[in-house]
Design a protein around this ligand. Structure first.
Ligand code: COI
Length: 366
């Protein structure tokens, strides 16, 4: 991959914050010393790329973002390892997807190479924040907000692109232990033609209600069904979902309403590389329930950047509790988890060229 050098102003902080203890990290509560910013103005394009000390923003209260939610975001991770190498997992895929989301939200495209170059420089500056305890990483959150001061409903004419970094532990408190999920029957997340495939804030805000109800009932997340027939499985909201039924590994096909996860895509590539029987297709709750009744529902796991691989130990569908693999992590979920996290952290050979190693390839060129 060739990298473009970014004309970027760097202002370093004079007051470095204390670093958190790697062993007790939660997800997304602590942020590093610096952040990346670029501004967009109609007629001028993106300008003023800069890395500055992490600090609150000052925005006009009439900025479009606050009223109509015109915004997109991404999530990816950097890992440090004992050999001192910093690794990123398929970052170019995130930049590509951010542009797809922006297109759906009528927002300007970013130069993917420039954005990646800015990200790498930010990581180089804040690299001491990358935690090294087992299961931890530096979560990277690029996002774009609409900043025009205007209450009419129209695409903004100005934007701010930012990247912030957060040292994180597991997304779920269960870690790699199986979570319990409620199948959502009342609310829907998205329909084909809507914004379900875009990473935009509204998709997550509208999911909170169902998640709150599920949480009160002891479930970590909800599994969304299709918004039309309320029959077919879509995704979990913070992850895509896979089922192993009678030897076949199934994940819902992309259909215009689910998020096309980069971890999902990587696992499909991994399973095909292993020549495992894997299918992207419609899968209904009736099929899952029958498989459970027949003893053929072997494993369920969610996949996502934040969640990595999250085995599902119980699925509750309208009060029917399906306990999967005795609430233990299945052999396939474990194999995928070990391989994927092994590739991401450099412990397992990467036959796919998914990983970018910072110190060897890219930072030198910045
Ligand atoms: C990610 O997996 O990075 C996501 O963006 C999900 C998020 C809502 C935590």
């Amino acid at each position: 991959m060739t990298m473009t050098t970014l004309p970027i102003q760097v202002q370093l902080t004079e007051t470095k914050k204390p670093k958190p203890d790697s062993e007790t990290l939660e997800f997304g509560r602590v942020f590093t010393d610096h952040m990346f910013i670029a501004d967009y103005t109609e007629g001028q394009g993106w300008h003023d790329h800069r890395i500055v000390p992490y600090a609150p923003l000052s925005l006009d209260p009439a900025s479009i973002i606050f009223h109509y939610g015109q915004t997109v975001f991404e999530g990816l991770k950097a890992y440090s390892s004992e050999d001192g190498v910093i690794r990123l997992f398929r970052p170019e895929e995130n930049m590509k997807r951010m542009n797809l989301s922006s297109d759906r939200l009528c927002m300007p495209q970013i130069d993917e190479e420039l954005a990646l170059s800015g990200l790498l420089q930010l990581i180089e500056i804040d690299k001491d924040w990358i935690p090294n305890a087992e299961g931890t990483s530096l979560y990277i959150r690029p996002f774009i907000i609409s900043t025009e001061k205007f209450l009419g409903v129209a695409p903004s004419r100005s934007y701010r692109f930012m990247i912030i970094l957060s040292p994180v532990g597991s997304y779920y408190k269960e870690g790699i232990h199986p979570i319990k999920i409620k199948v959502e029957s009342d609310y829907v997340r998205a329909v084909s033609g809507g914004t379900g495939t875009a990473k935009t804030a509204g998709n997550y805000a509208s999911a909170l209600k169902a998640q709150q109800v599920a949480d009160a009932q002891g479930y970590s997340q909800v599994l969304w069904l299709d918004g039309v027939e309320r029959k077919y499985v879509e995704e979990v909201g913070s992850m895509n979902i896979f089922f192993k039924i009678n030897g076949e590994i199934i994940t819902p096909a992309v259909n215009g309403s689910i998020l096309e996860g980069i971890t999902r895509k990587s696992i499909l590539e991994l399973l095909r590389h292993w020549e495992f029987p894997v299918t992207e297709r419609k899968v209904s709750m009736d099929e899952i329930s029958s498989a459970y009744e027949n003893g053929q529902l072997e494993e369920i796991f969610g996949t996502g950047t934040a969640a990595v691989i999250s085995p599902v130990g119980e699925l509750n569908w309208k009060g029917e509790k399906m306990v999967v693999n005795n609430m233990e992590i299945g052999a396939l979920s474990k194999k995928i988890y070990d391989t994927l996290t092994g590739i991401q952290t450099g412990k397992v050979k990467d036959p796919f060229d998914w990983v970018i190693e910072l110190n060897q390839n890219l930072v030198k060129q910045l």
